[in-house]
Design a binder for this molecule. Sequence first.
Ligand code: PLP
Length: 392
Amino acid sequence: KMRFDLLRDQPADPLLKIIAAYAADLRSDKIDLGVGVFRDDRGETRVLEAVKRAEQRLLDRQTSKAYLGPDGDKAFVAELGARVFGADFMRPWQGLQTPGGTGALRLAAEILVQAGVERIWLAAPSWANHAPIFAQAGLRAMAVDAFDVAAQRFDAEAWMDALRAAAPGDAVLLHGCCHNPMGIDPDPAQWRAIADVVAERDLLPLVDLAYQGLGDGWDEDAAGARLVLGRSRYGLLAYSCDKNFGLYRERVGALWATAPNAAAGAVVQSNLLALARANWSMPPDHGAATVRIILEDPELAALWQDEREAMRRRLHALRGELGAQGRIGDLDLAPIATGKGLFATLPLAPGPIEYLRREHGIYMAGSGRINIAGFGIGGIERFCDALHAVVD
Ligand code: PLP
């Protein structure tokens, strides 16, 4: 038998099925709460005006598409890094451009393996792609039940207990803000406790920051990452610009490493460059160049900030509106109001989720995760009416 005959069929991402079913649904009042992209109140995921203008400038002025190198667009990395880490961040850090946040996570996992790290702790439930990315790179993903999904609550005690039991040198994944899929982030006191135990136990933090600016605000959303990375000897920050610039398919990301001193940082950086070279050689340019043009131009940066803030305010308003509905039968929507970002996970069984899809044209992930931005005008009212029909 040829080797390929031994390959086993892999299940498709269950979310893809939902996307296909939604597309095939002919009802005009159907609601898509499945896919994780921002939508405006007409249900559209539009290219930001700041992006349009920067792309036009790129088109007009770019004179060469010759290779840049494994670290991609250096000015993109520097401009973005200065804003992500902030002026007060004193530790040495270096970074490189990656194909999206996913590429950053993959590279992070690979350098952990290269450094001899065997395990990474993560709070479950987490983004569905975290565990597969880590497993493919050869890390053991240690999932801890750190959320009470039924109560829509972060179980900080369970998470802290796990971190205290982790071995020195183990890696730990932390969502920087706007947790996917729970929408619940540690509060400032919980971040301090996490930073304490990470530093005391000499754990290696990998912060995944994929929604900066869409939670409480730009600096607020990076506060946890800065705190943890500022206090641990070594740390990694996997970053995505795909949500906060609306660049999704352009695959814009970066990976930064912090180190105890510049010399140690340079060694880490050289390893990251070598790994990137063997993976994708160089990251795609267009999206990162677009972000760089925006960040370098105060006018475009201000426009982007306004557009980003509009996204954030829309999410915030929708959360308030949903939360104000309170209890519908056993289901409490109130926790959604204090959540952050695109997602919440409702404690709904497969039966009701299927019923909402079949009878009401409301599509959500099988896990009960909903994308808050999926509610258009009148959507929340329809959703709550449908929930009444399910739970009453
Ligand atoms: N990290 C989290 C928590 C995410 O939710 C996502 C995307 O959904 C990513 C990383 C990856 O983003 P990108 O599309 O830039 O690869």
